[in-house]
Write a protein that binds this ligand. Sequence first.
Ligand code: PTJ
Length: 263
Amino acid sequence: MPTFTPIPPEHPRYHSLVEREKLIHQVDKGVVALAGLVAHGRGETFDYLLGEATHEFAHRAIQVAAASLLLAKHPVISVNGNVAALCPEPLVQLAHDARVLLEVNLFYRSPGRAEKIAQILKSYGATQVLGLDDEATATIPELLSERRRVSPQGILIADWVFVPLEDGDRTEALVKMGKTVVTVDLNPLSRTARRSTITIVDNITRALPLLVEELKRLKGLARSEWERLLAHYHHGEVLSAALKHLQHRLGQLAQDFKEGRLD
Ligand code: PTJ
């Protein structure tokens, strides 16, 4: 029976260690792919470099992501093992508040894994989850991985798809299909970050609750304001701001270290 290693709350890396434990626990249960731990480690590295905080460029993208969601006609949230393990609660909340369909979509699809993920989402209140093994009968053209298998009621016909922690191939394929693709990726250099329509460079565990809040706030504004936000979004500028932040922060730290400020 998998158990959590207790992490003392006063540990300086408490949140990071808790996230790791959640993922390891769900690897044991067959929810998270083994490669999900590698993907998380990659994300952790970028989070460390970013300073483990949500920056202005992420807030900007979150605002536009919420606006684009409110403007979408058939929005779908794509859920993989890592996302289900890390933040099922705000994910289900977002789906509920914006009336978005939840669809499991896996890179490492194995029999029954999608069902386990659906069970987690349902335990947090999701009423319908698409993309289960017998329902993911449609295919995304030109895609060879298991990610090509999608629901004919969901991702196939969606005009807006949220694909946090995604691989580049499917992002490109979805964009090619004319969909608005929104992602969360700590790595501003990844193909997904570059190819998506809107990229939130932040940890999913911080970004998702903020997206839920932003959606609530924007709902109180006029449609023309959502359209204005979307029209003014500059994808390259957001990614550029993320890279400039990394450059500036590392430069500052290099100077501090040189002058003996190592705290
Ligand atoms: O559950 P499956 O079978 O669909 O597989 C899911 C993974 C994540 C294993 C699969 O999609 C994969 O291999 O992804 P990649 O290609 O490693 O890309 C994951 C991206 O997410 C990387 O760019 C990471 O930097 C980023 N990432 C990892 N953890 C986080 C993150 N971004 C935001 N928040 C995180 N917590």
